[in-house]
Design a protein. Structure first.
Ligand code: IVH
Length: 796
């Protein structure tokens, strides 16, 4: 009989061997049930004797504690990138043009002084680069690539990846091994995950890469464990204490395989000379759709490590390797119909409905035609045979039409213009002219969803439905945006629920959200008993959203061109909704980072009577947090600034300054008869006179920026924070990073992602890494959360 400790050891060894056979060698030697039986025995023993638990035990793979954030890891050997070579296909023959790869080969040959080089070639995996560190055979750390110098510590998550050994295989363990490779999600696991996401009412992932990235960056490793990630090794960054050292890339791969890592079976090897590499490239390109994982090219590396060293690096990429990318995947299919889709902002997008076609590993049935100009340029019509392309994670698109396959009809003048459908190649006795069967596509003049007019602004490619929230398509999407996390943050009211509530005619406007009750919510749930708690939770989060920070509220409205950062800008400048609503367009355009297009969109939005009403209704239920406008706004909105931005008169910076100097006062701008004629002509027009009056009244009401004297105003700026740049790093004891950032921004400070000489303060929490080091090196003041809160709370 063995002792519990011995038994644990035997079980771990046996289970790890079975796992290696299953996941890495793809050759299981025992049925799953046998594995499960031993696994349960091990679990029970470990529970009884936790002191004997081994770091490489397979029970470590189920995930554990939830982290607050990822620590930073400085890579001992930087994780570099690769230069790319593209091989576009010839439009007619479909043959590859390998000029870029051949140029790479030529450089390598020249540098090494040889006529032919031995290369190693392997897939370019479309996943995420990670680095795995083993000490005495045990996985001790795993990190993402990050910026190449520092990454994130994802050890707990990586341990859940079944084909990554927790302990290296074999008797002799190197003292230190750092493996580089790619974490990805197999296509089949991706499809299953998306199926589960859909069933749970959650958003599907766009592609396996995003799914892998999202899964690897989970703070709760139990979630990662359920996601089924996969790892392929493609290199060694550090190795010491090994029996022998590899001399080539292929030897590195062989060693990695012996130690328990998966390699892309059947798709890696050594090839001498460019021609052999290119043959392999073409084979890989052909097999690409059938591979169980996504790849976007082939990585070609000089095989000899000595030659690699001789070639060295240039600006963060090796000169001994190249990512030989595949061209985007293309296929032929036919256009069955051309529909238009209406987006959240009313954008009308023509979409080609296609006969299903398999491209780049997925079946494509729709492709975007972008906008009217694009449809016209490509002249895509119903019935056309088209080339569709799918590149990486972008939406499939129609590349071009095969005009020679367009269905045609012959117009027969002798028969009074009757049309006969003909096959192109059929023998025909008709002598009339051939015409396309279908007319060119034109965007509808009214919205297919709500019937409102479709308009296209001058200079814009996109046409839009003018219905706003009157349009059901925009309504649902507008409401989804309104309730989303970065907007009003109404938890539980997601895409599915809102779409159902809109379809059930319960939700029409933002204000309706605040009139929801349990009964209304239950109309979209079948089982009433389970629905009560769910509905109550939603009502609680709706209640919590009633006093939003002003910037979030503005962002939530979904005004065109007003993203999160513009909303923050507007909120910081104007403080409250009333002021933004009244702000004349030329004043809006004076704010930093808000150009004339954005200013126009904002002013236009608030001018619409329907929007006014919708906002007033909403304000019955919601009270955005309000502050006085910032004193800087008055400086931004100085007359010499807004004078340059008036409609109907184009004043250069110089002319605006001259005019303002001549006038000397706002009153004179309105009345002085001695001002230039052009100006007097402009202001004579009633609409211009009113605008001038509005601007003046508006700017005069803004708080003065008399330096140091802001004590009487309500505005939130804080002199120790306003205008200062902050960088947040590490985990703060109580605040989340975005909360701390919001507090700083609300007090007039700026938050930046990286430390430089311009940084005024670094706020550092637990496990602060390289940013803290950089701050210390540059002598930037480092604050704790408590100190930051002190500054925020302190009177100035
Ligand atoms: S070798 C110094 N091999 O490509 C070169 N990289 O652009 C180190 N990648 O971040 C990279 N498959 O994520 C290498 N077989 C492969 C690869 C590969 C995918 C990715 C990797 C890296 C990026 C470099």
């Amino acid at each position: 009989m063995s002792t519990p400790q011995q038994r644990i050891r035997t079980l771990v060894q046996t289970l790890n061997r079975y796992a290696r056979e299953y996941y890495t060698l793809d050759a299981p030697s025992v049925p799953d049930a046998e594995y499960d039986r031993l696994y349960r025995e091990l679990e029970a023993l470990e529970a009884e004797y936790p002191q004997f638990r081994l770091p490489e035990s397979p029970t470590q793979r189920v995930g554990g504690a939830v982290l607050d954030g990822f620590e930073t890891v400085v890579h001992a050997v930087p994780m570099l990138s690769l230069n790319n070579a593209f091989s576009p296909r010839n439009d007619e023959t479909g043959a590859f043009d390998h000029a870029e790869f051949l140029a790479f080969d030529e450089r390598v040959c020249k540098e090494l002084g040889v006529s032919q080089v031995e290369y190693a070639a392997e897939p370019k995996f479309d996943g995420l680069a990670v680095s795995l560190l083993y000490q005495n055979g045990i996985l001790v750390q795993a990190a993402t690539r990050g910026d190449g110098t520092t990454g994130e510590n994802v050890t707990e998550n990586i341990k859940t990846v079944r084909n990554i050994p927790l302990k290296l295989h074999g008797e002799k363990q190197p003292a230190l091994l750092e493996v580089r490779g790619e974490v990805l999600m197999l296509k089949a696991d991706f499809a299953a995950l998306n199926q589960r996401q859909l069933e749970a009412g959650q958003k599907p992932f766009a592609n396996p890469r995003n799914a892998a990235a999202g899964s690897l960056r989970q703070l709760d490793s139990k979630i990662t464990a359920q996601r089924k990630l996969h790892f392929f090794a493609y290199g060694i960054a550090q190795l010491s204490g090994a029996e022998r050292l590899p001399e080539s890339h292929m030897e590195e791969l062989a060693l990695l395989h012996e130690l328990g890592f998966s390699l892309p079976e059947g798709y890696f090897g050594a090839y001498t000379g460019a021609a052999a590499v290119l043959r392999e490239y073409e084979r890989l390109a052909e097999h690409r759709p059938r591979l169980p994982y996504e790849i976007d090219g082939m990585v070609v590396k000089v095989n000899s490590l000595a030659e690699q060293q001789q070639l060295g690096f240039v600006s963060r990429a090796p000169r001994w390797a190249i990512a030989h990318k595949f061209p985007a995947e293309e296929a032929l299919t036919t256009v069955e119909a051309i529909d238009v889709q209406v987006g959240r902002t009313g954008a009308i997008t023509p979409v080609a409905r296609l006969a299903p076609v398999f491209v780049g590993g997925v079946t494509v049935t729709n492709a975007t035609l972008h906008n009217q100009d694009e449809v016209a340029r490509k002249d895509v019509r119903v019935g056309d045979t088209v080339v569709v392309r799918r590149a990486g994670d972008v939406i499939p698109e129609v590349v071009r039409v095969l005009l020679e396959r367009r269905p045609m009809v012959e117009k027969q003048p002798a028969l009074g213009g009757d049309l006969f459908l003909l096959r192109r190649n059929s023998q025909s006795s008709f002598s009339g002219s051939l015409e396309p069967l279908h007319e060119p596509f034109r965007l509808p003049e009214t919205c297919p969803v709500c019937g409102s007019a479709v308009e296209r602004e001058a200079g814009e490619a996109v046409a839009r439905c003018t219905g706003g929230m009157l349009c059901q398509a925009q309504r649902a999407q507008g409401l989804i945006h309104f309730a989303s996390r970065k907007a009003m943050d109404i938890a539980g009211l997601g895409d599915k629920q809102i779409e159902a509530l809109v379809a059930a005619d319960v939700l029409h406007s933002f204000a309706d959200i605040y009139q929801l009750d349990i009964a209304k919510l239950q109309t979209i749930k079948d089982s009433k008993s389970a629905a009560t708690k769910w509905a109550q939770n939603i009502l609680d989060s709706i209640a919590q959203s009633r006093t939003p920070p002003f910037a979030r509220f503005l962002f939530a409205l979904g005004i065109r061109h007003v993203g999160e950062s513009t909303a923050k800008q507007l909120a910081a400048a104007f403080g409250n909704l009333d002021t933004v609503r009244r702000a004349p367009e030329p004043i809006l355009a004076c704010l930093p980072d808000i150009g004339s297009i954005v200013a126009h969109a904002i002013a236009h939005y608030f001018r619409q009577p329907a929007q006014q009403k919708m906002l007033d209704d909403l304000l019955q239920h919601v009270t955005p947090q309000a502050a006085a406008p910032s004193p800087q706004t008055r400086a931004h909105a100085a007359p010499e600034q807004w004078l340059q931005r008036l409609p109907g008169i184009k004043l250069s910076e110089k002319r605006a300054a001259e005019l303002w100097q001549l006038a000397g006062s706002l009153h004179a701008l309105q009345t002085d008869q001695a001002l230039p004629q052009e100006w007097q002509d402009w202001r004579r027009q009633p609409a211009h006179a009113t605008l001038l009056q509005d601007i003046i009244a508006f700017t005069e009401a803004l708080p003065e920026n008399s330096a140091g004297d802001v004590s009487g105003s309500l505005h939130p700026e804080n002199s120790s924070i306003a205008g200062k740049t902050f960088v947040l790093t590490g985990t703060l004891p109580t605040l989340k990073r975005d909360q701390a950032a919001a507090l700083i921004e609300a007090a007039g400070g700026k938050v930046s992602g990286s430390v430089s000489k311009k940084t005024d303060f670094v706020v550092a929490g637990e496990a602060a890494g390289s940013k803290l080091e950089k701050a210390q090196a540059l002598g930037v003041t480092v604050l704790s959360e408590e100190e930051l809160l002190g500054m925020l709370g302190g009177a100035d």
